[in-house]
Design a protein around this ligand. Structure first.
Ligand code: ADP
Ligand code: F6P
Length: 342
């Protein structure tokens, strides 16, 4: 392991658009479709006569020199698999100058001219931090996160699969809720974002959807449940995003139980089943298009850009924008959810 510190930016190099060898890594939370993205990056690189190197365990592998040459056959039979064959990690060391300088030196030693990083906003912040100290390594990114919270793309890789996993699980829970007359509080992922909750909540006809972006109105929820109770409807589904402001499904369920003790309540936390599993067709196609575009963008000289999809068109969005702005919840969707759950 080479841990010799490298002075940052002491010898500014002219930015070269000549590309010989690219590195690809996955970082942060895994998401279904990451393998399809890796496959697209490697195969497009091959078709452009570039060398490709897989970097294992995200930024940790960059620091620890976990490099493996990749070829077309290295990515055979992975398009349908969840998780990431390159593995992933959260790497606090990459948030230090020393970690970044070690990673840079390893890239230089390996002869890697450019990186394709696949992950969420943290991953892009890491890319920007590397770029700031060592601008001669060019970096482009693919949005890989189930949260769908990145500005500059309508959909992130993994989101479609995750919401379908939630819908499948909630449909099953609803069978039990109806059979027993129980009220379920189902917690879904989304520490800072309510996209999974809102869309899966609408798709499953949930009685209420609670998300981090809006203030939870517990009195309004109690009123609605009292109204349902008067009509003899004691079962249902309340979808709660994990980042909901009262503290998540368990907290909301206990507040409801306090006020309405006759309700038979249950809490289900779906957890990491939402991150795994076979990627949907939509995620595989999105990952393939964005992975292809990442190599084309590098060949065009792009740097610090995320590949995204807006209204079906592939776009290139600066990392600064993708990380600074949070993808906004569409107010029309909130209204649809409100009206349909009356
Ligand atoms: P995600 O990419 O899914 O949002 P994280 O927020 O955990 O996941 O970020 C992934 C990794 O990116 C972190 O573990 C860290 O190594 C790196 N990273 C995040 N923010 C920064 C930063 N400000 N500077 C350097 N590296 C960062
Ligand atoms: O991948 C994003 C995410 O699913 C968030 O919604 C969630 O809060 C987080 O990852 C949890 O990840 P971990 O268990 O890896 O810390």
């Amino acid at each position: 392991m080479n841990r010799t510190p490298v002075a940052a930016n002491t010898q500014p190099k002219s930015k070269s658009t000549i590309l010989r060898k690219i590195g690809v890594l996955t970082s942060g939370g895994d998401a279904p479709g990451m393998n399809a993205a890796i496959r697209a990056v490697v195969r497009t690189a091959m078709s452009e006569k570039l060398l490709a190197v897989g970097i294992s365990h995200g930024y940790k592998g960059l620091i620890n020199k976990e490099f493996t040459p990749m070829f077309g056959y290295s990515v055979a039979d992975i398009i349908h698999r969840g998780g990431t064959i390159l593995k992933t990690s959260r790497c606090p060391e990459f948030k230090t100058d020393e970690g970044i300088d070690t990673a840079y030196q390893n890239l230089v030693d390996e002869g890697i001219d450019a990186l394709v990083v696949i992950g969420g906003d943290g991953t892009f912040r890491g890319a920007l931090a590397l770029h700031k100290r060592h601008p001669d390594i060019r970096i482009v990114g693919l949005p890989g996160t189930i949260d769908n919270d990145l500005y500059g793309t309508d959909f992130t890789i993994g989101y479609d699969t995750a919401i379908n996993t939630v819908v499948d699980a909630v449909d099953k829970i609803r069978d039990t809720a109806g059979s027993h007359g129980m009220l379920f509080f189902v917690e879904v992922m989304g520490r800072d974002a309510g996209f999974i909750a809102l869309n899966s909540g609408i798709a499953t006809g949930s009685e209420k959807i609670l998300i981090p972006e809006t203030q939870t109105d517990i009195d309004n929820l109690i009123d609605k449940l009292q109204y349902d109770q008067r009509k003899q409807k004691t079962w249902g589904i309340i979808i709660v995003a994990e980042g909901e402001q009262m503290g998540g499904a368990s907290k909301v369920a206990s507040l409801v139980k306090e006020k309405l003790p006759d309700y038979e309540t249950r809490v289900t936390i779906l957890g990491h089943i939402q991150r795994g599993g076979t990627p949907s067709c939509a995620d595989r196609v999105l990952a393939s298009r964005l992975g292809y575009e990442s190599i084309k963008a590098l060949l065009d000289g792009a740097d610090c850009m995320m590949m995204g999809s807006i209204n079906g068109k592939i776009v290139r969005v600066p990392f600064e924008k993708a990380t600074k702005h949070h993808q906004q919840i569409n107010p029309e969707m909130l209204e649809v959810a409100r009206v349909l759950s009356l």
